[in-house]
Design a binder for this molecule. Sequence first.
Ligand code: S3P
Length: 411
Amino acid sequence: LTLPGDKSLSHRAAIFAALAEGHSAISNFSTAADCASTLGCLAALGVPIDRTGSTVRIGGRGFAGLRKPAGPLDAGNSGSTLRMLAGVLAGRPFRATLTGDESLCRRPVERVAEPLRAMGAVCTSTEGRAPLTIEGTRLRPLRYAMPMASAQVKTAVLLAGLQADGRTSLVEPSPSRDHTERLLPAFGVSIAREGATVSVDGPADLRAIDFAVPGDVSSAAFFVVAALVLPHSDVRIDDVLLNPQRTAFLDVLKAMGGDVEWGTTSEQPEPVGWVAARSSRMHGTVVTHEIVPALIDEVPALCVAAACAEGSFSISGASELRVKESDRIAALVEGLGRMGAQAHERPAGLEIDGGPRLRGAAVEAHGDHRIAMALAIAALTADGDTQIAGAECAAVSFPEFFELLGAACRG
Ligand code: S3P
């Protein structure tokens, strides 16, 4: 397989291109509805965007080229769109409102509003959630100790920092995905990193680039787990993003006895390569808090592997799962539980006693794309039919998921 471009990288490439001077071409742009939300918001801010096939061309005119939008900016289901654009808007001389769908409007936004206020922007949330209204201003630089590992918050503060006069520094409690730090230099901006501190010097200008987005590694995770848990199966995925802050799920699957291999074929600005996996007898493992940020989006896929493995599996230090597109701890325990798995909620994680064969059941996606896809893989291993209510939400990150999975299963 090869997969549509990585969602995290596509959001960033589009936003940075919109802020750059000149024309950028981004090829293999993500097909995710979330990334279309980012493009829609940028277009509403006056950025010229042309999308032809999988290539997106963006005519940036610098930060100063952004215009006050005619109405609220709709981030749809996308937390990345809302939180990252908040950092851009904090330094623009107009008032704009960011909003989204029902699920997004249940998720916390104070985590970005708070540091942006400290830089001088007026941010008004709705009881800590979206809609979030931002009146941008000339920003002060900030030194900020982030209370949680969040790449979205980090990116928002760095994007605000690029518009401030002086050095903005962030201290991360534990490493989160570093795509912003890797991609901004490709757009001509220097980033300084010292231990857990990352800094930018503002004001800074970005320059347009052409960029090919590698395949989405979080989408790949579902195919890797499918090949591992289904008998007589194997899969190879090429041209996929292999950033170490995103591949911890591969290490965990290997530690569980999974026959999975991967290798890097190029490094700049992001490691890219291949992943191969085949049917394996796996056993449970213990996933502890230090590596959770590097596999946070892959927990749903990992839990399916755990339900099919022998023995006990646990994840702790993962309370962030409760504020994703759904409460993923509750949604996984409920869905896998209905299919006969021994899954138990913990306040900041979950435990699964693997072994018993799953059985088909009526389950719910809870409006969460990764829950829908995880339950679909579980359904393939189960005896009998499974109905996943609301499974169409897979399109939030991976519209081709069911078609590609069907084709892969037929061989
Ligand atoms: C993302 C960061 C993560 C992740 C999300 C995408 C990003 O969220 O769960 O799917 O692209 O920066 P947090 O920043 O809240 O950890």
